[in-house]
Design a protein. Structure first.
Length: 195
């Protein structure tokens, strides 16, 4: 989407969707009308990410698989898209000379650490224990932890300017018909089904 703010700078937003013609994304098309450009991109397909990012000055990387049930193949279903997808976005941003990348991670990247001292504030030194995540089959936390640590390592090595955000839940008006992962957590809490 391109928009002109009061400062008269042109801002371009390109949401990357796997199937832009899919009815699932009709609510997004209604938001932007003619100003919204939907592009086809696949997190594990580097060239599709490059095409989507080409011409952007800033990128918000918000795509990552979020399971609502158990995951039959965590490596393929969660870890590869989260980790390789994040690295693909960062590499494409480096190549396109993007000025800043905002990587939306998750509180999951810092909250699964049984060794973290109780009462100690969680800061940049706090990470989920990847081995603990594996042994407890918490593949989402594992994928977000590895994706964020690799993103920060890539940024340090390449010099790309990134910021990471770690939201707990993402809430707001429902724009799509399907229940999103954050809302599903609240529903499970209310029904006493969240463990």
């Amino acid at each position: 989407m391109e928009s002109s703010r009061a400062d008269h700078h042109l801002h371009r937003f390109l949401p990357c969707l796997i199937l832009p013609q899919n009815e699932k994304y009709a609510h997004l098309k209604k938001l932007g009308h003619k100003k919204l450009k939907l592009v086809k991109a696949d997190l594990v397909d580097y060239q599709s990410i490059c095409s989507a990012i080409n011409g952007c000055h800033g990128v918000f990387h918000v795509a990552s698989p979020v399971p609502s049930t158990s995951v039959p193949n965590p490596q393929v279903d969660l870890i590869e898209p989260a980790v390789n997808g994040t690295l693909n976005v960062l590499k494409a941003c480096s190549e396109a000379k993007v000025k800043r990348v905002v990587v939306v991670s998750s509180v999951a990247a810092v909250s699964m650490n049984p060794s973290w001292p109780e009462g100690q504030v969680m800061d940049e030194n706090c990470w989920s224990d990847a081995e603990y995540c594996k042994t407890t089959n918490n593949w989402y936390c594992y994928s977000k932890t590895v994706a964020e640590t690799e993103a920060l390592e890539y940024a340090k090595a390449s010099g790309i300017n990134i910021i990471t955000l770690l939201p707990t839940l993402v809430l707001g008006p429902m724009l799509q018909q399907a229940t999103n992962a954050s809302s599903l957590i609240l529903i499970k809490l209310m029904k006493g089904q969240y463990h």
